[in-house]
Design a protein. Structure first.
Length: 94
């Protein structure tokens, strides 16, 4: 009785370790590297994972300073609000 229990327990343990049920086989997927996409941003092209500095506004009113920040590229999608290449403090929008 103990011997049967040990055999069944060992089979169950082996199935758990291989993550398959007895009698089933998992297909093995090849290890293909995934190519990340670059971004096209208002500040120019960015490679995946890169950052670029830009300004929040192109013009700031008198008494306000220009705010510098970053855009970040992640797999073809860029995030951030700092989309201007330059900022003119105390200037007016044309």
């Amino acid at each position: 009785m103990i011997r049967i229990f040990i055999i069944v327990w060992a089979a169950m343990l082996a199935a758990c370790m291989t993550n398959t049920a007895p009698g089933r086989h998992n297909a093995k997927l090849p290890n293909i590297p995934v190519e990340k996409k670059d971004c096209e941003t208002p500040l120019g092209p960015l490679a995946d994972g890169d950052k670029a500095e830009g300004f929040l506004n192109e013009y700031e009113p008198v008494g306000k300073s220009c705010q510098l920040g970053v855009l970040v590229c992640h797999d073809g999608e860029w995030t951030g609000e700092y989309v201007h290449k330059k900022c003119i403090p105390g200037g007016r929008a044309p």
